[in-house]
Design a protein around this ligand. Structure first.
Ligand SMILES: *Cc1c(COP(=O)(O)O)cnc(C)c1O
Length: 353
C-alpha cells in the first residue's frame, strides 16, 4: 500500500499534556482511504486533520453501517513508540466488517495505516505516567442513497487523540449496575462486532445507572437475562475460589484484546482460567459464601478496572472491601509495563515504531 503524506502547514498548539482528559483533543493529522466497488481500497493518505464533507443522504447517517476500533500508542521511558497487539485490531476489524457487509481490509494495510499516521504525529504522544495517544480507526458507508443495502463506497479514517491517565490517583474500584431490564445484544445479532449500533442500544441503561451513582452497566444475556455478558466498553472477569472466570465468547460479547491478553497472562502464571457461562445467581452465591475474591473489567482505555461494588435489583455486593485485589493489580502492572517498555515482552505483543 502506497501512503501519500501531506503535512499540515499550520500545526496546532500542543495541549497541556498534564491535563488531557479523554477524547476531546485531536492531533494535526488523520489517515484516510477510500473504497469503491470494482476498484477496492484506494488513495491511502495522511492529511491534515479536517472536517468531512458528506451528503446528508450518506448511508451511515441512516442505517448505521459503520465499524470502529480502539488502540493506543505509548511512548516509553526509552523514547520508543509502541503499539499493543495492533494485528488483533486488524483481525477484529475484518470480523466486524464481515458481519456488517463492509469490505475486508488487508490486515497488514490496517497496521501500516496506524503506524503511518502515529509516526507523523509522534510528537503528540504524551509521556506522563498512564497517558497515551488513543488511536481511533473507523469505517463509514458513504453512498448517498436511502435504500437499505450495503453501500458500494466507504471511507476508512484514523484519528488520534492524546489521552490522560484513566486513573488520576491510582487504580480506583468502580461501582457497576447489573442491568435487568434493557439488553445490549442477542446471539445472532451484532454484539461481537465493534460498531456504533451496540453503543446506541446501550445509552438508556447507562443513563439510568449514572443517575443512580454507578459508573458502568454490566449486561446480562438477551434471552434469559440471567447470564453475565460484559460491561459497557469492557469485558468482565471474576476470581472465584482462586480461579479466574470470564464469560465465554458467545457471539453477543465483544472479543476484547485486553480480555485475550489477561487470559494468556493468567495461564502463563499457572492460574486456572475458565471461559464459561456464569449466572448472576452463581455470583450472588459466591459473594454470600465468601468465594468471590475479585471482580475486574478489561479494556484498552482503563486496561484493568477493579470493581468494588455490584448492584443487582435490591442486592448490593461489596467486593474485596471495595479495594483492589492482588490479581487485578498484577495484571495492571504487567500490561502497562509491556506497553511502556519497562517489562520484557516475552509474548511478542508490542510493535515498535
Ligand atoms: C472495545 C470493547 C471492549 C474492550 O476491547 P479491548 O480490545 O480490550 O479494548 C469490550 N466491550 C466492548 C463493547 C467494546 O466495544
Amino acid at each position: 500500500m502506497q501512503i501519500k503524506i501531506e503535512k499540515t502547514l499550520t500545526p496546532k498548539q500542543k495541549p497541556d499534556f498534564k491535563n488531557l482528559g479523554f477524547g476531546k483533543i485531536f492531533t494535526d493529522h488523520m489517515f484516510m482511504m477510500n473504497y469503491t466497488e470494482g476498484e477496492g481500497w484506494h488513495d491511502a493518505r495522511v492529511v491534515p486533520y479536517q472536517d468531512l464533507t458528506l451528503s446528508p443522504a450518506c448511508m451511515v447517517f441512516h442505517y448505521g453501517q459503520e465499524m470502529f476500533e480502539g488502540l493506543k500508542a505509548y511512548k516509553g521511558v526509552d523514547g520508543k513508540v509502541r503499539l499493543f497487539r495492533p494485528d488483533m485490531n486488524a483481525k477484529r476489524t475484518n470480523s466486524s466488517n464481515e458481519r456488517l457487509c463492509i469490505p475486508q481490509l488487508p490486515e497488514e494495510d490496517f497496521v501500516e495505516a496506524v503506524k503511518s499516521v502515529v509516526d507523523v504525529d509522534r510528537d503528540w504522544i504524551p509521556t506522563e505516567p498512564g497517558t497515551s495517544l488513543y488511536v481511533r480507526p473507523f469505517i463509514i458507508a458513504t453512498d448517498d442513497f436511502l435504500g437499505v443495502a450495503p453501500s458500494k463506497t466507504y471511507l476508512f479514517i484514523i484519528i488520534l487523540s492524546p489521552s490522560g491517565a484513566y486513573y488520576a490517583s491510582g487504580l480506583a474500584p468502580v461501582g457497576i449496575w447489573i442491568e435487568d431490564e434493557y439488553v445490549r445484544a442477542v446471539r445472532g445479532g451484532i454484539g461481537y462486532a465493534k460498531t456504533g449500533g451496540n453503543y446506541a442500544a446501550s445509552l438508556a441503561a447507562q443513563v439510568k445507572a449514572h443517575d443512580d451513582g454507578y459508573s458502568q452497566v454490566l449486561w446480562l444475556d438477551g434471552v434469559d437475562r440471567k447470564y453475565i455478558e460484559e460491561v459497557g466498553a469492557m469485558n468482565i472477569f471474576f476470581k472465584i475460589n482462586g480461579k479466574i472466570v470470564t464469560p465465554v465468547l458467545n457471539g453477543s460479547i465483544l472479543p476484547g484484546i485486553t480480555r485475550n491478553s489477561v487470559i494468556n497472562l493468567c495461564k502463563s502464571w499457572g492460574m486456572e482460567v475458565e471461559e464459561r457461562k456464569i449466572s448472576v445467581e452463581e455470583l450472588l452465591e459466591a459473594q454470600t459464601s465468601g468465594a468471590l475474591e475479585e471482580v475486574f473489567g478489561t479494556g484498552t482505555a482503563a486496561v484493568i478496572s477493579p470493581v468494588g461494588k455490584l448492584r443487582y435489583k435490591n442486592d448490593v455486593m461489596i467486593i474485596n472491601n471495595n479495594e483492589i485485589g492482588p490479581v487485578s493489580n498484577k495484571l495492571y502492572n504487567t500490561i502497562t509495563g509491556l506497553q511502556n517498555g519497562t517489562l520484557k515482552d516475552e509474548f511478542g505483543w508490542t510493535v515498535t515504531l
